[in-house]
Design a protein. Structure first.
Length: 217
């Protein structure tokens, strides 16, 4: 009798867990849609000249990650909803599509890596950041001025051999009066730099200069 009485309880527990999973996944999905709706228009409205920058993430990375997470949330909902009889006609294909979408989403995240590195001069953050992307034997970056969570493009970098000089710390930044001069490696991170040569780019100095956060560890 113990076994017979335990079966309905077990089934009921599974149903409750499924309902909770669907609710959590649904709320997560809606929150992700809201995040995309806030972040994406910033770069769309400015043709990429302005973009949300939060920590080491750009708006492009945030949106891509949010879309993938939203797809995963939908997949969780599709798999958590019980499929009975004719419902399989709908849920069966949806589950196959969800698996394919998650695989494509994982690939999209891997190719959308765009680390954000603050430009530091004399141990202090300058108010500028560089977002870099490497592909095969080349790499490029966008120099952005930060205004709160918004980064406005003020220049670009082009380097060789697919290295990312700012993320790898192979650059020199010097403040000189009202200007900020920056030198970065071109061929590789081991290339020697000298401030006696012409800088890679020159920017207006922003005030006040923010103290850099220690990156030890």
């Amino acid at each position: 009798m113990g076994d017979d009485g335990g079966a309905p309880v077990s089934v009921q527990c599974v149903r409750v867990m499924r309902r909770r999973t669907v609710v959590v996944a649904s709320v997560t999905y809606l929150l992700l849609l809201a995040l995309i709706a806030v972040v994406w228009p910033v770069s769309l409205d400015s043709a990429g000249a302005r973009e949300v920058v939060i920590g080491r993430w750009t708006g492009k990375v945030i949106v891509t990650g949010s879309i993938v997470a939203a797809v995963v949330s939908l997949a969780v909902i599709v798999f958590a909803v019980p499929a009975r009889r004719w419902w399989w006609v709908l849920l069966g294909p949806l589950r196959v599509i969800a698996i394919g979408a998650m695989a494509l989403g994982g690939l999209a995240v891997s190719v959308t890596d765009e680390p954000v590195t603050p430009i530091v001069a004399n141990g202090c953050e300058t108010g500028y950041v560089v977002t870099e992307r490497a592909f095969l034997f080349g790499a490029s970056g966008s120099v952005r001025r930060l205004d709160g969570p918004i980064g406005t493009s003020v220049g670009r970098t082009e380097v060789d051999d697919g290295h990312t000089p700012f993320e790898q710390g192979s650059y020199i930044a010097v403040t000189d009066g009202d200007t900020l001069r920056v030198w970065n490696t071109f061929q590789s991170a081991t290339e020697r730099l000298s401030i006696t040569s012409a800088p890679s780019f020159v920017l207006p100095r922003l005030k006040p200069i923010r103290t850099a956060v220690s990156q030890e560890g």
